[in-house]
Design a protein around this ligand. Sequence first.
Ligand code: ADP
Ligand code: KDG
Length: 314
Amino acid sequence: PVDVLTFGEALGSFRAPARLRMGGGINLDVAGAELNVAIGLARLGHSVRWASKVGADEIGELTLRTLLAERVLVDSVVRDPAHPSALMLVDKPRADQARVQYYRTDSAASTLAESDLVPALAAKPRIVHATGITAALSKSASSATTFALRTAVAQGAIVSFDVNHRSQLWSAETAISVIGKFIPFISVLVASADELPLAAGGETDEQVAVEQLIAGGISEVVVKRGADGATAYSAAGRQDADAFRVSVVDTIGAGDAFTAGYLSAMLDGLDIEARLQRGVAAGACAVGSASDWQAAPERTELERLLTAADDVAR
Ligand code: ADP
Ligand code: KDG
C-alpha cells in the first residue's frame, strides 16, 4: 500500500531572471503544488503516487520523467492528446518579487474527472493530499476533488488539504464556498495565515476560525507564517515552531516543502512538535533554491539541518 496519494496540475515553469520583457535566458522546470509535495515526500523515503492528466506533449513528458526520477509513482497519469500541458511564466520585476502568469485554461489537468482518480484511490493510500488549486481548475476537477476526499474518508485514509489560494483562478467567495464543502472530509488543514479565512467561511480572526474548524471535525489546523515559522492547533492546543534563519533565493514552493515535511513526520508516527520541526526544516531548504522542489531535502540532509551541523560538508 502506498503512503500518500496526491493529485493536481503540473505546469511547465519558464523562469526569467528579471523582467520577462527583457528577453534573454529562460530556465525550464516543472512546477505544481501537489507535485512539489509528492517529490518532497519521496525524497524523505515515502511511497507516493501523483495522479493527473498531462498533455501528450514535451512538457507532459518532462513532468513524467522528472517524477519517475524522483521515485514518485505515475502509473495512473493519463496523457491527453486533446489538451495541452499547463504552463506558467515566472519573472522578477524586483530581486525580491516574483510574478506568475498562467497558461492553464483548457489544460489537460483541467479536464481531470472522477474516473481518472479511481485506479489511484483503489490502491488505498494512507493519506490523500489535495489542494484548493485543483478545485479551482474547472468544474470537473472540482468534482474529482470532492470524489477523492469522500472516497479517502470512506476507505479510512487521512485527508490533508492545503488551501493554496490562487486568486488568478477563482474568487475568494467561490473558494470559501467550495472549500467549506470539503471541510467535513479534512483531518489536516494547511493554510497560510492570510488564507485561513477562506477555509473558515471568511472568518478573519485566527482564533475564532480555528475553533470553528476544530468544531467542524478537523484534527490539525496548520498555519504557515513564512519567515515567522508555523503553528499547529489541535486537541493539544497551540504549538509554534520558529523558521530556520536561512538565505532566501525564492519562496515559491516553500509551503509545499513544509507540507511534505509535516506529513512525513506524521507518517513516521511522530508528534505534532516533530511534524512542525520537519515542516519548517524542509521549508528552509526550499527557499534556498529558485526551483519549487529541487532543494527538497533527503533524510540525511534534513537530519543535518535539524542537528545544526556546520555549514560545510567535508
Ligand atoms: P507558502 O509558500 O505556502 O506561502 P510559507 O511562505 O509560509 O508558505 O512557507 C512555508 C514554510 O517554509 C514556513 O512555515 C517556514 O517554515 C518556511 N519558510 C518560508 N519562508 C522562509 C524564510 N524566509 N526563511 C526561513 N524559512 C522560511
Ligand atoms: O506552491 C507552488 C505552486 O504555486 C507552483 O508550483 C505552481 O501549482 C502552482 C500554482 O498553481 O501556482
